[in-house]
Design a protein around this ligand. Structure first.
Ligand SMILES: [Zn+2]
Length: 614
């Protein structure tokens, strides 16, 4: 997941003008909150002045936080960390304050754009602190403590030997020794045990804050960001999963059988796959077991990494290739400041955050990427992905500040990934990297490796918030935290822990986004939307071949469609943006099935006579 790391994203919110239509169910405000504090009820003019003021102030603080964040990420010292944290805190505190004040205008009939901004102010929070100052202090302290415990988490197999997550990730990816894999898997899951009582208290307080803003609970607050009532959104997610299930089941059955060949009876013939054998701590990306499951004819016949090295293409030139992808679609070139201010290579003299990210520092035209580029196929793809963020950011930069974000939080990541899907062998031919594209008979390897990354992720992308929604709503009681987590993981992912778990454990806490309180459904949505975008743009580009062989490179028609959607930013409900690019107003997972259709056919042949499901 390449993060779009704009530090404080005040416009991170997804939108909800549409929710106005359902306001009685979507945002049921408690009596207390709806009543004006004292004196005269507020007027529409006051509401407008309030929103304008909030927008201007938040924009100013966001730019300040962005500048501090950029310096911190590209020059890590104790001082830059403190300065960045301070700037973030100022921006976040202002966001919280405006969200609470916005409640005062709830009963007014406002012009549509003012109403939408008012909602965005309230929905910008992922954590609503209660108004009691002691409780507010407690909940922010708990949040920081849990994130800190995760960040410092280590597993020490011996007194003198400790492994951090980076070490463990490498072992999970590379080791084929089941005993070692299980050992580090168990070890990492001990780091979250102390979080369990903290998380329970955190949920109580976060819910209290969310209720003060008028939401049923914190989970309902998160689900309110999708231009529909929170329960309807939950149903949408279920519907999308039903579309995907047959494809996932085929992949699961095939991988289980191949892992059984490798590990024997440890992998059951028709039960869930042991969670530690899939090459990733959370079994959310199975790319690392490609070598165990790949068919003999998997070699696509070329190696992009080798090509980049042979041609001596340096970091900046790799980014130029990415830029040319966008100009080929009709977009303007990147501004000169992009080339002056971006960080493309790892500096030799100082610490930087190498995790790739895209920035728009002044929220207008100060676009940058920050990446420690190596001449590899992976980085070549990531550059295209990151530039997707930059071109999105520039496209919506004439919209009011609160609307300068993607249509919902799945869209930003989906755009970058959509572009990356166009890095096909045919594209490599067009830019002179290959003389001719390999024969389509080589495609199964390519598709399988992509499926291990993108398809295997989908159920995990779903369950992290399924679990939290149930925890926040009280459907899952604290006494059942861990059992409920594994019930979901087994039901959707078809995986199970290889060692007994109990309610002394807190396995959800061993995934960053839980202690850090970052919503996760956006990744599930992005995984679905990118294929829907790709299918629509490929059609616009006139591509009639199989979807995985379509590249939109050079198509002004596809570029125009994409640009129409990008320019809308967050100003309209996301179905409008989706319609602009795809002609559809609903998210639709059939595009993934179209994309992987040749793989599905191949998998079904391999799976003949083998058990499916668990
Ligand atoms: Zn990204």
């Amino acid at each position: 997941m390449k993060a779009i790391d704009r530090r404080f994203r005040f416009a991170l919110l997804s939108a909800v003008a549409r929710a106005l239509l359902f306001s009685s169910t979507a945002i049921a405000l408690p009596e207390k909150a709806a009543a004006a504090p004292r004196g005269k009820p507020p007027t529409v003019a006051e509401a407008k002045a309030f929103v304008d003021g909030a927008e201007a102030k938040l924009m100013e603080l966001a730019v300040e936080a962005s500048r501090a964040g950029w310096v911190q990420s590209t020059y890590i010292t104790d001082d830059t960390e403190i300065l960045a944290a301070k700037a973030n805190e100022r921006a976040i505190n202002a966001g919280v304050e405006y969200a609470k004040k916005a409640v005062r205008y709830d009963n007014l009939k406002l012009p549509l754009d003012v109403a939408r901004k008012m909602l965005l102010l309230k929905l910008g929070l992922t954590l609503a602190a209660p108004s009691d100052p002691r409780e507010a202090e407690e909940v922010t302290r708990l949040a920081a403590a849990m994130e800190g415990e995760y960040g410092k988490g280590k597993y020490c197999p011996r007194k003198d030997k400790c492994l951090d997550l980076q070490d463990i990730t490498k072992i999970m990816a590379e080791s084929r020794d089941a005993a070692q894999l299980l050992d580090v898997w168990r070890g990492w899951h001990t780091i979250s045990v102390p979080m369990r009582p903290e998380y329970q208290r955190f949920v109580e307080l976060a819910n209290k804050g969310a209720r003060e803003l008028g939401f049923a609970d914190s989970g309902a607050m998160w689900r309110s960001k999708y231009d529909m009532p929170p329960d309807a959104f939950a149903k949408e997610v279920d519907r999308l999963w039903e579309q995907l299930k047959p494809l996932y089941l085929s992949l699961h059955a095939y991988v289980r059988w191949k892992l059984r060949e490798k590990y024997g009876d440890m992998v059951p013939a028709n039960g869930p796959i042991p969670a530690h054998l899939l090459g990733n701590m959370w079994a959310q990306d199975w790319s690392n077991v490609f070598d165990l499951v790949k068919p003999p004819e998997a070699d696509p016949g070329f190696d992009l990494t080798k090509i980049l090295k042979a041609k001596n293409i340096d970091a900046k030139e790799m980014v130029r290739y990415g830029e040319r992808f966008f100009t080929s679609l009709g977009f303007e070139p990147l501004p000169p400041t992009f080339w002056d201010r971006s960080l493309f290579v790892k500096p030799r003299d100082r610490e930087v955050v190498c995790h790739a990210s895209a920035w728009d520092v002044d929220n207008v035209n100060d676009l940058r990427i920050k990446m420690c580029i190596e001449p590899t196929a992976e980085d070549f793809t990531t550059i295209h992905h990151e530039l997707g963020h930059n071109f999105y950011q520039r496209a919506y930069n004439t919209k009011p500040g609160l609307f300068r974000d993607s249509a919902n939080d799945g869209f930003h990541e989906a755009v970058g990934d959509t572009i990356a899907l166009s890095i096909t062998p045919e594209y490599l031919v067009k830019i002179g990297f290959l003389d001719r594209a390999p024969d389509p008979s080589k495609d199964i390897g390519l598709l399988l490796s992509r499926a291990l990354e993108k398809l295997a992720f989908l159920p995990f992308g779903l369950i992290v918030d399924q679990w939290r929604w149930k925890v926040f709503s009280g459907e899952v009681a604290p006494a059942n935290y861990n059992q409920a987590w594994w019930d979901l993981r087994t039901r959707y992912q078809g995986i199970a822990p290889a060692v007994a778990r109990s309610e002394n454990d807190f396995d959800p806490g061993a995934k960053y986004h839980v202690p850090a309180n970052v919503p996760y459904t956006r990744y599930f949505l992005a995984a679905i939307l990118q294929f829907q975008f790709h299918r629509a743009l490929a059609q616009a580009a006139g591509c009639t071949g199989p979807l995985h062989r379509c590249s939109i490179y050079g198509s002004k028609e596809a570029g125009k469609k994409l640009d129409t959607m990008l320019q809308m930013g967050l100003s309209r409900p996301w179905p409008d943006a989706l319609e602009a690019i795809s002609g559809q107003r609903e998210m639709d997972a059939t595009a993934i099935r179209d994309y992987f259709a040749p793989l599905q056919k191949w998998l079904d042949e391999q799976n003949k006579g083998k058990p499916m499901g668990w």
